[in-house]
Write a protein that binds this ligand. Structure first.
Ligand code: TRP
Length: 456
């Protein structure tokens, strides 16, 4: 399967763009982005986030595409093939580790999203008040039976799709449903802007107040950029390995980053006016999405249908993102360890369910394991923090060092210009500069600062 998959290609540049976007768009945009903006002070965080995307995110994405297309291999195999020193395979192994860590909590949150589809259809949110929305959320999150049940459903859905290997199917599903999700988010955003007091929400989102910034917030923004753009883990190395020879990888990276940002901003525009209109807390944390969106739809005709559709499409986005995460594990186990694809899927899903339970049972203060702390964080927070804010940026740092300092510039230029077909030397030079100097320095400074070895 591995070699066959390695030789398979996305049919066109557009298909490659959609597939990559399908991996990028997910809970990172709709769930994580708004609540992190809310917790970290709004506009200033957003501003730093955008800088991280431009100076670090897009360069790392280009590097991953480059390594993938050049080697046409999975995340671990790619470094084996290209690396002068086998130690570079560590990037692939770190990717495998973070794929597990992300899945432990991602499958839990996806479960909440799935459960909200049914709650909406049942009419649980009809004409609901801000207060009862909170009670509904607590029921869904604290459980413990309901969140564990939905987490299991999520993992079964992901496994079935991966075992069927319906790559074409997934492609078609994302291509048709992502635009629908996009339209629904626009509807949400417009509706939210017509709520009384909406302006305050927009002000919060776009007003930049640098006094809010701390080094830790910069690390959060960087981690979010990696998480949202699916970077630092080898996902986009794998996708790059399916790109055609004439794909312009620089413009693909820019277009993916841009679309991903637009979707996140729309989610923010749907959520923050609602927060202010219903006098809720901007720093409500991981529950923010689930507290606000039901209120956006609660007062309008067919609100529950629109609400169910919103959560259904979000669950599709989350599912395709998870597929791209678990695929890293399945590709590794089947190609490098000789496990059959089906076995690899079942093995991973089982492991994720068992350890992922720790995330689910510690997601809220009232949860069974809600006050167990390791290094000052709950299991849920620990899985999230170590993957997004530690391992993904380290992976990114190693990737840019590998491309900028170990590989030859000429090879980079040759591959990115599609063997000289594209006349974009100036663009390649700009990004090469970012890759060689800007991204590694920023990553190292933010990172060393966050672990306390260096103070900005
Ligand atoms: N980007 C996805 C989201 O925003 C999550 C995701 C998919 C991811 N593949 C990844 C995150 C690889 C990190 C690395 O929801």
């Amino acid at each position: 399967m591995g070699n066959r998959a390695g030789r398979e290609k996305f049919s066109t540049g557009l298909a490659a763009f959609f597939a990559t976007l399908g991996s990028a768009l997910g809970l990172g945009n709709i769930w994580k982005f708004p609540y992190l903006v809310g917790e970290n002070g709004g506009g200033a965080f957003l501003f730093i986030y955008l800088l991280c995307v431009i100076f670090v995110g897009i360069p790392v994405m280009i590097c991953e595409f480059y390594i993938g297309r050049k080697t046409r291999k999975n995340a671990v195999g790619a470094f084996q093939k290209i690396g002068t020193n086998p130690a570079w395979k560590i990037i692939g192994y770190l990717g495998v580790l973070s794929a597990y860590l992300i899945m432990f909590f991602y499958s839990c949150v996806a479960g909440w999203v799935y459960s909200y589809v049914f709650k909406a259809l049942k009419g649980d949110f009809n004409a609901i008040s801000a207060h009862s929305v909170e009670a509904e959320l607590t029921k869904a999150v604290v459980g413990p039976i309901s969140p564990l049940f939905w987490q299991l459903v999520v993992l079964i859905v992901v496994s079935v799709v991966l075992i069927c290997g319906v790559k074409r199917g997934i492609e078609r599903v994302t291509k048709t449903l992502l635009p629908v999700l996009f339209i629904l988010i626009i509807i949400c955003a417009i509706r939210a802007m017509t709520l009384p007091g909406a302006f305050q929400g927009l002000y919060f989102l776009f007003h930049i107040d640098f006094s809010q910034l701390t080094p830790n917030i910069i690390l959060m923004a960087l981690g979010l950029a990696f998480f949202k753009l699916s970077l630092g883990m080898g996902t986009l190395i794998t996708y790059g390995s399916y790109f055609t020879e004439n794909n312009n990888m620089i413009t693909t990276a820019i277009k993916v980053a841009l679309s991903d940002t637009v979707v996140s901003l729309l989610a923010g525009i749907a959520i923050f006016p609602t927060v202010f209109s219903f006098s809720m807390e901007t720093g409500a944390g991981p529950g923010l999405l689930f507290l606000t969106i039901p209120l956006v739809f609660s007062q309008i005709p067919f609100g529950n249908i629109l609400l169910a559709a919103f959560f259904f499409l979000t669950s599709i986005a989350a599912t395709t993102a998870m597929i791209s995460i678990v695929e890293v594990l399945v590709a590794y186990l089947s190609e490098e360890k000789g496990m059959s694809r089906t076995k690899a899927v079942i093995f991973n899903a089982t492991l994720i369910m068992f350890i992922g339970m720790l995330a689910t049972l510690s997601a809220d203060r009232a949860s069974i394991l809600g006050d167990v702390h390791i290094f000052g964080r709950t299991f849920f927070q620990l899985f999230d923090f170590t993957s997004s804010n530690v391992i993904l940026p380290i992976g990114g740092l190693l990737i840019v060092i590998f491309v900028g300092w170990v590989g030859a510039k000429e090879e980079f230029r040759y591959e990115l210009s599609n063997q000289g077909m594209l006349k974009t030397d100036w663009l390649i030079s700009i990004f090469y500069f970012f890759i060689k100097y800007v991204a590694p320095v920023l990553l190292a400074v933010v990172f060393l600062n966050s672990i306390g070895l260096f103070r900005i």
